[in-house]
Design a protein around this ligand. Structure first.
Ligand code: PLP
Length: 405
């Protein structure tokens, strides 16, 4: 049912294509609309509400901190920040952390750190950041240059220099480029930035073995490896960091989205060598890492232990199997891909992800459209098997509808 209050014209800028639907509260994997409807939330605020809505550990941690201290400036020591930095670095096998407030701030800071680290080591010509075609790294001006989608850039030029792209998953092209660059008298490449599974790009995982080879190549060529874990990180892949199964450690890791379970917070983790370049005054953020944000991150980290992640992997595997079974039964569904709880349903040409999203929403299942004819399923990481089965039954019913068959 259309919520007329929301559908009315208002004073907000038109930069979002909003659905005429508003929510008053949430309970676990469910959102309750202002007109009383219950919606199964497999969008999770676009990979943010990792623990669903109103998780007791998160509510308790934030409530407790809200009564003590919300914000102090980074002019002072913030013990809560030091504690969370230690927890994150231990999990990421890295040694330095910086806190900000969003994904684009984290990726942008990661780029600054990569350039600064090269500069610090006397590699002043190494300024270019190589990104993958189809990547999404955020909406600031610099991150639009890192993101190669023209539609996002229209009217916002000129784009900053120092970004270039390689074809998604194409190791041959990348290897040739890196070797040629490192053999030139003035190498240009400072870092490669990749998402191990492209989120906005359509839940597209890098080919098997790509990260391992990329790590070896970047180390050999003298450039840095930045992992953009903003969407796939913080457990969404089934591992705390998505690259864990590959055994690699990037030089720099950008995080946000699920990190605060809904509280706006981002982070960048880095190696000692990168951290050494970031001396006092080199970068900053007024709100970054305030005690309230740190309370949220601390609570999320405590919930996402190894036992939780192993259980998530088992649920994700069963979810995937159920979805793959739909491919054989519905012409409209071409492929199921992704990792963990970042799952993409690739639709046949002629069926738009937006139309399918709307049809699912009409049946009270929330999902997110993506590029490349893909629909994204981003359940809360603690979604139950019963909720997963319910989502599959709604998808099955919508695909059976003649509009999509
Ligand atoms: C991989 C990736 N990087 C960066 C961003 C930008 O994050 P934010 O919207 O919090 O700035 C996103 C957002 O979707 C993302 O998916």
């Amino acid at each position: 049912m259309v919520n007329r209050q929301v559908a009315q014209k208002n004073m907000l800028m038109g930069n979002y294509a909003r659905a005429p639907l508003a929510f008053s509260h949430g309970e676990g994997s469910w959102l309750i609309s202002t007109d009383g409807g219950r919606y199964l939330d497999f969008a999770s605020g676009i990979a943010v509400n990792n623990l669903g809505h109103g998780h007791p550990a998160l509510v308790a941690a934030l409530t407790k901190q809200a009564q003590k201290l919300w914000h102090v400036s980074n002019l002072y020591t913030i013990p809560e920040q030091e504690r969370v930095a230690e927890m994150l670095c231990a999990r990421g096998k890295l040694t330095k952390a910086f806190f900000c407030n969003s994904g684009a701030e984290a990726t942008e800071a990661a780029v600054k750190m990569a350039r600064r680290a090269q500069y610090h080591q006397g590699q002043v010509s190494r300024r270019t950041i190589l990104c993958s075609e189809g990547a999404f790294h955020g909406r600031t001006i610099a991150m639009l240059a890192a993101t190669d989608r023209e539609a996002f850039r229209e009217g916002f030029g000129p784009m900053p220099q120092g970004f270039d792209h390689f074809p998604f998953g194409n190791m041959n092209v990348l290897r040739d480029r890196l070797i040629a660059d490192s053999n030139s008298p003035e190498p240009e490449i400072a870092a490669i930035m990749v998402e191990s599974v492209q989120g906005e790009g359509g839940a597209k995982p890098l080919p098997h073995g790509f990260l391992e080879e990329l790590r070896a190549l970047t180390s050999e060529a003298g450039c840095l490896l930045i992992a953009d874990e903003v969407q796939i990180g913080v457990g969404r892949s089934g591992h705390f960091f998505s690259y864990e199964p590959s055994g690699i450690t990037p030089d720099i890791v950008a995080m946000a989205k699920g990190l605060g379970g809904g509280f706006p917070v981002g982070a960048v983790l880095a190696s000692d060598a990168v951290g050494a370049a970031m001396d006092a005054g080199s970068h900053g953020s007024t709100f970054g890492g305030n005690p309230l944000a740190m309370a949220a991150v601390g609570a999320v980290l405590e919930v996402l232990d190894e036992e939780f992640l192993a259980d998530l992997r088992a649920r994700a595997e069963r979810f995937l199997q159920m979805l793959v079974a739909l491919v054989g039964r519905h012409d409209a569904l071409i492929e199921v891909r992704g990792q963990g709880f970042l799952i993409g349903l690739v639709l046949k040409d002629g069926i738009t992800p937006a139309a399918m999203t709307e049809a699912l929403r009409a049946r009270h299942l929330l999902v997110v459209p993506a590029a490349a004819q893909t629909l994204r399923l981003l359940p809360p990481l603690n979604a139950s098997m019963q909720e997963i089965e319910h989502a599959v039954s709604i998808i099955d019913a919508v695909l059976t509808h003649e509009e999509f068959s």
